[in-house]
Design a protein around this ligand. Sequence first.
Ligand SMILES: Cc1ncc(COP(=O)(O)O)c(C=O)c1O
Length: 368
Amino acid sequence: MKVPLLDLKAQYRSLKNEIDAGIHRVLESQACILGPEVLTFEQQINGMVAPAKSLAISSGTDALLIALMALDIGTGDEVIMPPFTFFATAAVVLRVGAKPVFVDVEEDSFNINPTLIESAITSRTKAIMPVHLFGQCADMERINAIAKKHHLKVIEDAAQALGATRNGHPAGAMSDIGCVSFYPTKNLGAMGEAGLVMTADPELFEKLRILRNQGMEPVYQHHYVGGNFRMDAFQGVVLGVKFPHLAAWNRKRAEHAAHYNQLFQNSAAITPHVMSGNTHIYHQYTIRVPQRDSLKTHLGDKGIATGIYYPIPLHRQPCMSHLGLDPNACPVSNRLAGEVLSLPIYPELSSEQVEYVGRNILEFLKTV
Ligand SMILES: Cc1ncc(COP(=O)(O)O)c(C=O)c1O
């Protein structure tokens, strides 16, 4: 049996008629950037994240970048974030001339450890950037309380978590600005590059809106040095067609996760832990095993694809060397990097495939 990590073709096939018709509409209209398709999609998202309002952006990376620009974070500023995340979270901070300050993660949630944040705050700290890794929210109540006490901004990297909630609040809508990615492999995936920012602050919303289009309003009057952060209409179509299915897709992922959990009961595999108050959308189903690399090879031999997110924490990345960071700092992130393995999880996965993955993992674990 073959089990890919993801099956995007199956999802496209199920929505082909609607997507093709929408793409055709855009081709006929030649309104290829922003426009009514993107506006409709923004309104769909607004229904989920109200009172926050959303703005469609060119990518998740650009969403994080424009959030920093809107909050005037730049040279000399520090931004606190976890090192156990995708590179873009820190890259955008470096790109605006600020410095990422890495705070280790919790072993069970994989998210930034709030108890370690305050000791990382200096007079230069401007913001905290928690990441809702793998589809589960960070502890936003504690993070927001620390931010309030120290007059810091909070930007949620909700790239992997659209549709997740924490104590009833939607991921991305619990801070100053939330940022989402629609990279094709995300739970809500575009067919190209796309992202989104959301905020409940009307002034910030206006600034983000103007920054998205070269800081320009009206035409050729530039209030800020913005960028071209606009989403194209083709992505608006795809996302607009897919969005009504997101909640059901996320439930299907959670069903598969429950199935995996049940298979791995009483085994040496450490399964994902859902923190109290969270609904997890399982962008990844990530287990921990000390023999991770040989398990990955074993599963590959059996036709099962797996992923390692992330093999090198950001404080150990070559391009961060100028920051002079201790490679042994953030020991939890360092340990997780050597132990995590993400298994196939997507709505179209069958329970036979889940059984097959589970059986092969259990067989491997018996031999070590
Ligand atoms: C945690 C995290 N942050 C940021 C990004 C960047 O998003 P994008 O690839 O859409 O630029 C991603 C996705 O790839 C991500 O997983």
